[in-house]
Design a protein around this ligand. Sequence first.
Ligand code: NAD
Length: 500
Amino acid sequence: MTTTTQQPVALCDQAQRYLFQEAHDHFIDGQGVPSASGQTIATVNPSTGEVLANLAAGDQADVDRAVQAARRAFTGTWSGWTPYERQALLRCVADVLDARFEELIQIEAMDMGAPVSRLRNTKPAMMKMLSFFASQATNISGETLMNGIPGPVATMTLKAPVGVIGGIIPWNGPLNSQFWIIGAVLASGCTAVLKPSEDASLSVLRVAQILHEAGVPEGVVNVVTGRGSEAGHALAAHPDVDRIAFTGSTQTGRSIIEASTVNIKKLQLELGGKSADIVCADADLDKAVPGAAMGVFANSGQICFAGTRVLVQRPIVDEFTSRLMTFMDTLRVGRSLDEAATLGPLISEAQLEKVLSYIEVGQDAGAELIRGGERLGGDLSSGYFVKPAVFGGVTNQMRIAREEIFGPVLSILPFDDVDEAVAIANDSEYGLGGAVWAQNLSTALRAVRGVHTGTMWVNCYGHIDPMIGFGGTKMSGYGSKGSSAHMDTYLYTKSVYIEI
Ligand code: NAD
């Protein structure tokens, strides 16, 4: 790994003006609205540790106002939009976001620290998502059913939008992840109040403004910023919110379940993970080494499905480790606007402290710290940079193999045969992602069938397509993203009996 401190790319005028405006209000009913309390929260550029912007600190009053706006929109003219009109709107939104993409990734890079080079590569994923949800708008259908009722009675089911969606979003990639909610809301005819993370709200606020400019009616997509314990909790507990789409930690997921009981909200919970990436002795290491490495280090390890437990078959542990070291020499850690950077900082000082503490936890438990794990100094010392770390000799009982670190820390766990690898993979409270690298397809399918997890990749890591879907099981949550099943959770089924 090397560090890079090239001149940053110059911010475009629109990103510059947006980022450095005096205040960043909530976005409610098509306009900026300051917090009712007048309070703000400072948000920090993780590449420099400097204050970047002041966000409105939302509370119950702000959430009430946004939910009222969303409810008015839900029952107002938006409810009369035809599927074709909603589809056309989604296509128009996609065109506008396509044209504004560079501005958006610069805002995201400054706010959450991902390098512009990485963010630029996410454009096809965003466009695919919008295209997928546009297709779903005209694909909502009920059924005409036979019945056993005497007399001429026709029976059918209709699908109707669930109502007001509360979307609670984490900081590790809000620019893209918000479209899992916005896309489904626009396709289904629901409305939304989004609550982004207090550590990275700007791309969500900016997108809401752009959506409105692109023709999304007032009140259909609202954003309230603020702390999870206040604005987030108020949204999760709000009696007029019909459904919560939550992505975040398992711990917060529990609070959301509790808060949702007030009106028996429907829930989608996308939670944490501790995924296992199984590298068999016959794997093509030219692919498996970079694949497994970036399955952990991409986004500086801040990815829910990161394959942080790398299970390597015993005969190839040395070769795998040596090739991993060579691959890691190619990683370039730098500030988010540095075009040469492949990895950026961690989101916050708190996250940096957490990751550094796990480096100590691993060493104290007897794991061998083969590489990295220290805070980077020099020109990067004011940001929250950590050198990507590799632990060898890890056992699955160690905390570094059981707890989600959410940083660039890879653990190598040796195994003898694929059944043992499956058993280790399953010895976890999480079940989000996972992979197997093997040239023998029977071995690979044995792992695919055996690992209890929401997604398995074979000889690759991290592909996600909205047509296929992605989701967790066990303590990684429930309610998949993507596929028609995703849309179904924004709709409810109404049974209709017509006596003729
Ligand atoms: P977090 O749980 O701390 O926060 C997520 C969101 O919930 C934020 O907007 C936060 O303000 C809000 N929140 C916090 N407390 C709340 C409360 N009591 N009530 C309501 N809202 C509250 O998570 P994070 O640190 O922002 O993100 C990292 C976590 O997200 C990791 O655990 C990661 O695995 C998970 N994640 C999961 C997926 C997935 O698809 N499964 C995707 C990305 C991230």
